[in-house]
Design a protein around this ligand. Structure first.
Ligand code: G3P
Ligand code: CA
Length: 263
């Protein structure tokens, strides 16, 4: 599978392992990323923060509480790499993963094979942009193997300006108004945000009520790629493949690959 033109084939081209193969292994650890490649993911997705001492670390939540089973509540922006590296972020998932550490971005990049890709999600503010540029530009990966993704419009905009060699997806989820039943942001607002940020792709929540064939057509018309998260049900994966999505992000890459491509 390759990144290019899902529209031509009518099939999703890329299966992305969400926080690594995070159904089977502890999310955002090297074990989860290695498991993702073993499960033949085309790409991995990971979440990243800047530490107090300027390192870029891979974790999802604002603190380490959940992934250390409540044994440590450290916020990356107020912690040093050494403090964060001391933590066991594997045991909460299963004792066989005891001793897994919070990885550095450099270590995650090093797992990516020549044919693989990585979606780097920025979970903090624009302070990460310059250090991120330095790490990504030092990496041996080719620019087309790296996509920056983020919910924050301002951060996406800066990423595009400072690192135009990397594609960037603006991410959005949706909320429904209880009295009107309307979902926001609507298509108009999504297109406006994509335009403002200069994003090359949309990373949309898999909200079937919002993401219709017409929605996808309009995003495509604007020259924007379509990516979706987090799809763990084979039937839903098929729906997004048929809608011509460029990628499907899942916690279960092997299962979704089997459903879409037969293995
Ligand atoms: O790929 C985007 C998706 O990962 C965003 O949601 O909360 O899992 O980071 P979250
Ligand atoms: Ca993420």
């Amino acid at each position: 599978a390759c990144w290019a033109s899902a529209v031509e084939t009518g099939e999703a081209q890329m299966i992305v392992a969400h926080r690594g193969a995070s159904f089977d292994a502890p999310e955002n650890t090297l074990a989860a990323f290695q498991e993702a490649w073993k499960q033949k993911a085309d790409a991995i997705e990971g979440d990243f923060y800047l530490t107090k001492d300027g390192h870029i670390v891979c974790m999802h939540d604002k603190t380490t509480e959940r992934t250390t089973a409540g044994t440590a509540k450290l916020n990356p922006a107020e912690s040093t790499l050494e403090q964060l590296r001391d933590l066991d972020v594997g045991s909460w998932k299963h004792e066989k993963y005891a001793g897994e550490r919070i990885p550095l971005l450099e270590e995650v990049l090093a797992t990516v094979p020549q044919t693989g890709k990585i979606l780097v999600e920025i979970k903090c503010g624009p302070e990460i942009i310059e250090p991120l540029r330095v790490v990504l530009e030092k990496s041996t990966l080719r620019p087309e193997q790296i996509v920056i993704i983020c919910f924050d419009e301002g951060v996406v905009k800066q990423a595009r300006e400072k690192m135009p060699q990397f594609k960037a997806n603006w991410l959005t989820s949706y909320k429904q108004n209880e009295s009107t039943g309307k979902w926001s942001p609507d298509l108009g607002k999504v297109l406006e945000s994509l335009g403002k940020t200069g994003a090359t792709g949309l990373g949309t929540q898999g909200r079937d009520e919002v993401v219709t064939a017409e929605f996808v057509r309009e995003i495509r018309k604007a020259g924007i790629e379509c990516h979706v998260w987090t799809i763990n049900e084979p039937s839903q994966a098929k729906r997004y493949a048929e809608l011509g999505f460029d990628s499907i992000t899942t916690d279960k890459p092997a299962e979704i690959r089997k459903a879409l491509f037969g293995g």
